[in-house]
Structures are given as C-alpha cells and as structure tokens.
Design a protein around this ligand. Structure first.
Ligand code: PMP
Length: 333
C-alpha cells in the first residue's frame, strides 16, 4: 500500500510545470514554476515549520506539551500549526486586527489559539503584535518563539529540500532561479544550494515589491503580501542573489490574474510578482533556448479571492487596469 504515515510526510517534493501562454513571444527560454501551494498546509512555509520544530526539539527549546508562540497571521502559522498539532504542541499566534477573520479561522481550524492586537499602535509598543508575542513567550512556561526572520533553520530547510528537488527535477539543467524575498529564507537557502551544486553556474534572482528595502526602497507600503521588508532580517544573506528585480503591485496583480486565467494556476500575488521578475530577466537579449528558469510560487490564490481576484477591490485600490474578463492585457509590454 502506498500512503503517508502522517500529513507532515507530504511536505515538499512539489512539482514543476512549464508556463506556456504568459511567456509567448517574450523569451526563448523554458520557464518552469514550482507549485508550493501543493504542500499540505498550502504554502512553502510548511517546509520551514517542520525544520524549525525539529531543531527546537533537538536543542531542548521545545519539550513535550510545550507552546509555540509566533507573531504571524499567514502561511507560517498554518505550517507551524499543522506540524505542532501532529506532535502535541500548543500554538498561540498573535496577529493585528487588520488580518481578516477568514485567515484567523484557518489557524483556529488547525487547533491554534489566536490573539488579536490593535493595528494602530507603534511597532515598539507593548500592545503591538511583536510586543504581545514577546511577552507571551516570556511568561508562558515552556514557550518557544520560532522567529522566522532570524531562525537559521528557515533558510536551512530550503537548502536541504527545495534546492535539491529543483536540481534533481531539472536534471541539473536549471540556469536561473527566481523567488520573491520576504524573510529571505527561500532565496538564501535554495539559492545557496543551487550555486554550490552547479559550480556557481545558476543565476539567482530575487523579486521584490517596489518600495521594499531589498531593491533599494525605504519600506514604503505596497499591497503584495508576504514579500518585501522595511528592515534587513538575518534569515536573508544578501550575498546569495546575483540581482534583485523590483516589481510594481500593478504588474504583480496583472500577472497573478493571468496565471489563473491562462495557465490554470491559481496562486497569490507574490507568485505573480516572481513570474514578472522572471520574464523581465528571461526577455533579455543574451537568453537562449538552452536556458531553464525555475520560479518558486509560494502559495495559493484561494487566500486572496476577496482582493486580487475581486474586481471591486482592484478598482478601489487603483489597479483597475489589471486583466479582468476577456480584456487580457500584458502589462509587461
Ligand atoms: N510569498 C508569500 C505569500 C509568503 O508568505 C512568503 C513568506 N513570508 C514569501 C513569499 C517569501 O518567502 P521567504 O520568507 O522565504 O523570503
């Protein structure tokens, strides 16, 4: 019989699929995307959750019956909740009140407790979500705070799984790797592995929302979620990427919609952003038909149905020119 012994065994080994329509006329290269939404918790963060919890157990930071406390409202929370539940840990996630009830309910569905903090306070206030999670981690006996922004097991999990999978599945033919940068764990771990295994032949390209620090911004607000920062996390090693390409919200959302409509790939805005960056690089004159781009798509579009896939929301925020209905327009042109 072929079955997994528990759900966490199904983390990783996500497939690659070729893009056909959105690449048309833009590049001679093969552009493959890695579908991280096929992880059991629906995102690439399942990978880091397993490794972070393994390491905490090994280092004695997490003991039987312990509690995981993290400020997160999204994918990292789901990954942690899923792995924690399987191993008998309690999870408390702290998130600001701007986070939608749907997102909080996903975390609760996996058995986590959710503490909501006010959005309208300074990040260094004791009431902020950082402040509250620090206090809970201090005061709850046996609490462990993973801190995905500084935990080295984040990038390590991508070094040990994502990188080798891509190398194996492309028979070592990959020439470019493209990923969005949030904590920086994905690009740092995967990029480092691919550079090492290829004798530094694979070019590593980070994708960043316009305004974020990685592409030289000040942290100015943008709408794409899960990527870009207003500070430099230690999970990110700036020596790994060869370049960072900045992408606007409008370009990211337009491509996210096209991936769903034209490729049948329903993913989040950071995935659209990474594909835009990949196509910008893949349409340069030195790219040939021997080139193989691999773009990592971190999560599913299901979490964004009320935003990116909602025409009213797009128009309300000034992204009305993103492709809707049958008027598909390539904003890269
Ligand atoms: N996209 C989404 C939707 C995410 O949740 C994240 C994680 N913050 C990323 C991209 C970026 O991944 P990383 O933190 O590894 O840089």
């Amino acid at each position: 019989m072929k079955y997994a012994h528990d759900i966490t065994e199904l983390v990783g080994n996500t497939p690659l699929v070729k893009l056909n329509r959105v690449t048309e006329g833009l590049t001679p290269a093969t552009v493959l995307v890695k579908l991280e939404y096929l992880n059991p918790g629906g995102s690439s963060k399942d990978r880091i959750a397993a490794r972070i919890i393994d390491a905490a157990e090994r280092e004695g930071k997490l003991k039987p019956g312990g509690t995981i406390v993290e400020p997160t409202s999204g994918n990292t929370g789901v990954g942690l909740a899923l792995v924690a539940q399987q191993r008998g840990y309690h999870c408390i996630f702290v998130c600001p009140d701007k986070v939608s009830e749907d997102k909080r309910n996903v975390l609760k569905a996996y058995g986590a407790e959710v503490v909501v903090t006010p959005t309208a306070v300074a990040p260094d206030s004791p009431e902020s979500y950082y402040g509250v999670s620090d206090r809970l981690a201090r005061e709850i006996p046996g609490a462990f705070k993973p801190d995905q922004y500084s935990n080295p097991n984040g990038p390590r999990s991508h070094y040990e799984t994502t990188g080798p999978e891509i190398w194996r599945d492309t028979d070592g033919k990959i020439t470019h790797f493209v990923a969005g940068v949030g904590t920086g764990g994905t690009i740092t771990g995967t990029g480092r592995y691919l550079r090492e295994v290829s004798g530094d032949r694979v070019r590593i390209i980070g994708a960043d929302p316009e305004g974020s620090v990685y592409s030289g911004g000040t942290g100015r607000p943008y709408f794409v979620e899960g990527v870009g920062e207003d500070f430099w996390p230690t999970a990110y090693d700036p020596a790994v990427p060869h370049e960072i390409i900045a992408v606007s919200d409008a370009e990211s959302f337009a491509m996210t919609r096209r991936l769903a409509r034209e490729e049948g790939i329903l993913v989040g805005g950071s995935s659209g952003m990474a594909v835009v960056a990949a196509l910008k690089a893949a349409s340069r004159p030195d790219v040939t038909s021997d080139d193989v781009f691999v773009v990592l798509l971190p999560d599913s579009g299901r979490g964004y149905l009320g935003k990116i896939f909602n025409d009213k929301w797009l128009r309300a925020y000034g992204f009305g020119n993103a492709p809707t209905g049958h008027t598909v327009r390539n904003l890269l042109d």
